[in-house]
Design a protein around this ligand. Structure first.
Ligand SMILES: NC(=O)c1ccc[n+]([C@@H]2O[C@H](COP(=O)([O-])OP(=O)(O)OC[C@H]3O[C@@H](n4cnc5c(N)ncnc54)[C@H](O)[C@@H]3O)[C@@H](O)[C@H]2O)c1
Length: 249
């Protein structure tokens, strides 16, 4: 399957987890990759792995919450390939806190990366996507769909990503750019493995976000991102698709 032959795809958060799995998946289908992340060595490793497997990729540091860094990433993308066909906004951060204890600084940082970062990337990429008739895939979460304890900032940021994606879909759909959102539940990545419940946190309250059968790795979410970014999803615009093992069914 070569759904991304001659297509240029920018993936944020490509150093690890779902972002890395997405970059590898799209490259394996012929995509020309731009991999960005705040982790310099790891994002270069992602690009190197793609090149060693016979694909084409560049990997460099870009912080999605920093407008100057976002602009630079777009400039580098166009300088390298001259076009952009898909933007996959996967970068994100998570922290568990009792809402009563959540510091404003932490709230602002989570919103800055997860929501404002998604907006900044989309705004920077849209001119090129309008030229190519491209697609956007934004990473939300089941935490943006239903109550999820101790994640006030994270859940608000993902709910915001869902609303923002719907806006993009109707605002730019007629001009040929699709925008969809992916809502993972629990996917086995560093983010999932390293989470810490806050004081008094009750693991049973989190059961609703545990997959019904078994935990799966980031390639499960990456497959969905690749589908939505590709022409296979040409008639899908403004959707929110869960990949969670059936938890909220
Ligand atoms: N793992 C899950 O269970 C799960 C569930 C729902 C949603 N998600 C979402 O999926 C996305 C990927 O998560 P993951 O599980 O792969 O986590 P991860 O921690 O393995 O990967 C996240 C990546 O984003 C990068 N990043 C963080 N801040 C950044 C910034 N300012 N600019 C650029 N890159 C930045 C990190 O360096 C890291 O490489 C996130 O948006 C997350 O909210 C994950």
């Amino acid at each position: 399957m070569q759904r991304f032959a001659d297509k240029v795809v920018l993936v944020t958060g490509a150093a690890a987890g779902i972002g890395k799995a997405t970059a590898l998946r799209i490259a394996s289908e012929g995509g020309l990759l731009v991999c960005t992340d705040v982790q310099a060595e790891a994002v270069e490793t992602t690009a190197k792995e793609i090149c060693e497997a016979g694909g084409k990729a560049v990997g460099f540091v870009s912080d999605v919450s920093d407008p100057a860094s976002v602009a630079e990433a777009m400039e580098r993308t166009l300088a390298e390939y001259g076009q952009l066909d898909s933007l996959c906004n996967i970068a994100g951060i998570l922290h568990f806190d009792n809402t009563l204890d959540l510091e404003l600084e932490k709230w602002n940082r989570i919103l800055a990366v997860n929501l404002t970062g998604t907006f900044l990337m989309c705004q920077a990429a849209l001119p090129a996507l309008l030229e190519s008739g491209g697609s956007i895939v934004n990473m939300a979460s089941t935490a943006g769909l239903a109550g999820h304890p101790w994640t006030a900032a994270y859940s608000a940021s993902k709910g915001g990503v869902l609303a923002f994606t719907s806006t993009l879909a109707v605002e730019y759909g007629k001009r040929g750019v699709r925008a969809n959102a992916v809502c993972p539940g629990s996917v086995k990545t560093a983010m999932h493995d390293q989470f810490k419940l806050p004081e008094g946190g009750d693991i049973e309250l989190l059961q609703r976000i545990m997959p019904l059968d078994t935990f799966r790795g980031p390639e499960t979410a990456a497959a969905l991102v690749a589908f939505l970014a590709s022409e296979d999803a040409a008639h899908i615009n403004g959707e929110k698709v869960r990949v969670d093992g059936g938890t909220l069914a």
